[in-house]
Design a protein around this ligand. Structure first.
Ligand SMILES: *[C@@H]1O[C@H](CO)[C@@H](O)[C@H](O)[C@H]1NC(C)=O
Ligand SMILES: *[C@@H]1O[C@H](CO)[C@@H](O)[C@H](O)[C@H]1NC(C)=O
Length: 186
């Protein structure tokens, strides 16, 4: 009766390794570019995490946003200075361009069918970069939070498709309509 015992042993090893990887926190993650952030938050939906450094004296926010994705999809994260939901949000989106490079840029979600074209935001954005590692897309950026204090409504999102270098609409069910909240960067 060695076989069932071995099967149980293998199963219990599998279960314990799954549990330990699920227990891994955002703070134990090492970015390939060696960037380090003083805070991170595991967001409650879409498996996403937000890393940040906030400098109150200059109202500057350095962020990394990380979420699981296939190479065909897109991710986005941003702030909504004037509302709590998608419309009005000032976001940064990332995906693989058809030329094979990842691209990331700011865009305004001015309606439920935004253009998703590169645009200026209502606050300064600089040092935008992106990478794809271990089936996760990551956005890095520096934001100037002009006079807004440290507490914001934020939104995050992912979609499975990019068509002609434009991110297509995300799912409108489940976690894809729950991925918003408030965050205090202080
Ligand atoms: C965040 O702040 C820490 C501590 O000041 C610093 O070591 C780190 O380089 C900063 N990270 C970024 C991405 O600015
Ligand atoms: C791919 O296109 C993007 C956006 O136009 C551009 O920034 C990037 O340099 C291009 N990469 C290559 C390898 O041509």
């Amino acid at each position: 009766m060695a076989t069932p015992f071995n099967a149980i042993l293998v199963l219990s090893i599998l279960i314990s390794s799954c549990l330990s990887s699920a227990a891994q926190t955002c703070s134990s993650y090492t970015f390939s570019n060696s960037k380090v952030f003083s805070s991170c938050t595991e967001l409650p939906h879409l498996g996403a995490s937000l890393y940040h450094n906030y400098t109150a004296s200059t109202n500057t926010l350095n962020i990394a946003f990380k979420a699981p994705q296939t190479s065909k999809g897109w991710i986005a994260w941003g702030l909504n200075p004037n509302g709590a939901k998608m419309v009005g949000s000032q976001v940064i989106v990332a995906f693989f361009h058809s030329n094979g490079s990842m691209v990331a840029y700011p865009t305004q979600l001015d309606s439920y069918a935004p253009s998703m074209a590169p645009e200026k935001l209502s606050f300064p954005v600089s040092d935008v970069s992106t990478e794809y590692i271990n089936k996760e897309m990551i956005i890095f950026a520096t934001l100037g939070l002009v006079g807004g204090g440290s507490k914001f409504n934020h939104v995050w999102q992912e979609g499975s498709t990019v068509l002609n270098d434009v991110p297509e609409a995300h799912s409108t069910t489940g976690e894809n309509i729950q991925s918003l909240g408030t965050i205090d960067f202080q």
